[in-house]
Design a protein around this ligand. Structure first.
Ligand code: ADP
Ligand code: ZN
Length: 609
């Protein structure tokens, strides 16, 4: 705990806090409006994408308003990181959760008792204990912030039963503003959050959902490792982190292993790991240079690192919401970042079957199916991917975003009715019993053992597809699966099976437009400079500052970005401040950091000449 006596408000206006404490020149997007609303005592729900700047929406009013600010957070790692970052900024923040050693918990309670805490992070189960509520009811409270508010909803993917109890805050503390925040924009989840948290009469603040600095791309899985290697090479700047999302625990382990063999500092993370191992993985991810995490979607909340340069998915996510939340972890610092989605016909079919067979009520299945199909249409997009994605969040993006693979390199569409018919008829004539590999052999007229064994060389479809490459045929098959004309028999051997939707195609009643497959390992490296890593790497002063930051972070046991962000170091290297006054002008340098680090930073600048 900081050695500060009482944390009264300083009587500063929100803008002053923004400048002095956080070192930011301006509010972003709807932050200012939200801060004003809370300052005036209002409650509400904030919807902003990951990296959109939700934290300031409650941190600033919590510091301006009299009393203690309470932040409910679902994840211990997240709390600890935020508290450490706030203390770096000179704010008396503390966390109270079940993992805290009793001695430290006592210390926090003592500090609370003597009014030496301004911002308290607390887990929902702690907050709703009678003792905590009684204590808080005798205190002046600035606000309640409910972070990751989608945890309250069963419709979301991170339901936390303990969040349900938070509804009582409305009755217990009717005059204290309550601000719920989430990156989820799915309408059903949003309504559920409002109902559960008694916010139905309060406004919803929707930030723009676009994150234009993230270049998004998707490609059919061809050679997974080769594609991922090329992507990492294009996306990594040698310092920031990367995340590979995998569909299963085993895949996280295998992926981390081959990435390590490739020379990466790769870790893995999934829900089946011991709590201690998970914490360690979190810690190493937060602190490492150029670290790569291969993880299931269990790795998510609590990643505050602003310099995640890329996020790759090796398997199809189940909804645009989850995909966007996951790729949104890239580029929070506003610098160029990249996302790659790899997927195949098998993923699509598997996800459909899972929903089909799940014991969930029909209504929920219907919703999950709609989400999945939206995801498939993003993967198979022939027009701007970002536009399709943003439409899922009720937003109209530009016709051409210029920062997705489709805009950059538009696919060629062709009338694929005849190839579709050839493939479907090969499926029927071989008795609906074969996977795509064998069907491609038949179409291309390849005399394999299997073809000989089943005498498929005598079929009229044998060799009718010599004009297409193997890859092109797999593309036809995948697109037919995506459009629902073919199914993949997941429960047996992955054979392709026609559905009712195949009939009009076979009969020539329905035209099929297909995308010509191009080998896209990754988005091409950008010539225009957009999408390239920060240009400062290699600058001697920038490197010297990074060296100093690394030593400082290690000495304090903190992630480097909490000392200063790359962006701030890059500005320092460019501006070459001569004194503390110059340094204070640089974005990201608040007063507390100025007091702590001005001397060191100015020395590094001087020594670099
Ligand atoms: P979220 O919680 O919505 O995912 P954060 O609150 O972590 O996003 O903010 C994301 C990043 O944007 C952080 O690095 C933060 O410092 C930065 N940021 C937020 N608001 C501003 C602002 N007004 N000016 C400059 N940077 C900001
Ligand atoms: Zn686009």
């Amino acid at each position: 705990m900081l050695d500060q006596p009482r944390q009264e408000t300083t009587g500063e206006a929100p803008e002053e806090i923004l400048h002095r404490v956080f070192g930011h020149p301006d509010f972003r997007g709807r932050q200012e409006e939200i801060v004003r609303h809370v300052m005036a005592g209002g409650s509400g729900l904030v919807l902003m994408p990951t990296g959109g700047g939700k934290s300031l929406c409650f941190q600033v009013p919590a510091l301006c308003r009299p009393g203690l600010g309470i932040v409910v957070s679902p994840l211990i790692a997240l709390m600890e990181d935020q508290v450490a970052a706030l203390r770096q900024q000179g704010i008396a923040a503390a966390a109270l959760h079940s993992d805290l050693p009793e001695e430290q918990a006592r210390e926090v309670r003592r500090d609370l008792g003597r009014g030496a805490v301004k911002l308290l992070y607390v887990s929902p189960e702690r907050l709703t204990l009678d003792g905590t509520l009684d204590f808080l009811s005798r205190r002046d409270l600035a606000l309640f912030a409910i972070d990751e508010a989608h945890c309250v909803s069963q419709w979301g993917h991170h339901f936390r039963p303990e969040y349900r109890g938070l509804g009582l805050l409305a009755e217990r503390f009717p005059s204290v503003p309550r601000l719920a925040l989430t990156a989820t924009a799915d309408p059903r989840t949003v309504e559920d959050i409002r109902a559960q948290l008694r916010l139905s009469d309060s406004p919803v603040f929707r930030g723009g959902f676009d994150r234009p600095n993230i270049f998004i791309s998707a490609a059919p899985r061809e050679s997974e490792r080769g594609q991922l290697r090329a992507f990492i090479k294009a996306a990594s700047d040698g310092t920031g982190a990367g995340i590979v999302y995998c569909g299963s625990r085993a895949r996280t382990e295998q992926t981390a292993e081959w990435l390590r063999a490739d020379g990466h500092d790769a870790l893995c993370f999934h829900a089946g790991m011991e709590p201690e191992a998970k914490r360690e993985a979190h810690r190493r991810f937060a602190r490492g240079d150029a670290v790569v995490m291969a993880a299931t979607i269990a790795f998510g909340m609590g990643i505050d690192r602003p310099d995640v340069r890329w996020v790759a998915h090796l398997d199809l996510p189940r909804s645009p919401e989850s995909w966007y939340q996951e790729i949104g972890r890239a580029g929070r610092d506003g610098l160029p970042a990249r996302a790659l989605l790899l997927y195949g016909a098998g993923d699509i079919a598997l996800a459909r079957h899972r929903i089909q067979e799940s014991p969930a009520p029909d209504e929920q299945k219907r919703i999950e199916r709609a989400r999945l199909e939206a995801m498939v249409s993003i993967a198979e997009a022939a027009t701007c991917r970002r536009r399709i994605l943003l439409r899922c969040f009720g937003e109209d993006g530009p016709e051409n975003c210029g920062a997705c693979d489709v805009c950059r390199n538009p696919p060629r569409l062709f009338d694929g009715t005849v190839p579709a018919q050839k493939l479907l008829s090969a499926v029927l004539r071989t008795g609906r019993r074969f996977g795509v590999g064998h069907l491609v052999d038949v179409l291309r007229g390849r005399m394999t053992d299997k073809v000989a064994q089943f005498a498929h060389d005598r079929l009229p479809t044998f060799g009718v597809g010599k004009d297409f490459s193997d890859q092109a045929w797999r593309g036809v098959a995948r697109q037919l699966v995506a459009m629902g004309a073919l199914d993949v028999a997941i429960e047996s051997h992955g054979e392709l099976v026609p559905t009712d939707a195949a009939r009009p195609i076979l009969k020539g009643e329905q035209k099929v437009m297909l995308r010509a497959e191009t080998v896209t390992a990754a988005a091409p490296r950008d010539r225009a400079g957009r999408g390239t890593p920060p240009a400062m790497a290699g600058d001697p002063l920038f490197d010297a500052l990074r060296g100093w930051r690394k030593r400082e972070a290690e000495a304090q046991g903190l992630p480097a970005y909490m000392i200063f962000s790359n962006e701030t170091l890059a500005s320092i290297a460019t501006m070459r401040p001569q004194d503390a006054e110059d340094l204070a002008m640089i974005p990201g340098v608040g007063r507390s950091k100025l007091e702590r680090y001005a001397e060191d930073v100015l020395r590094v600048v001087r020594e670099a000449g």
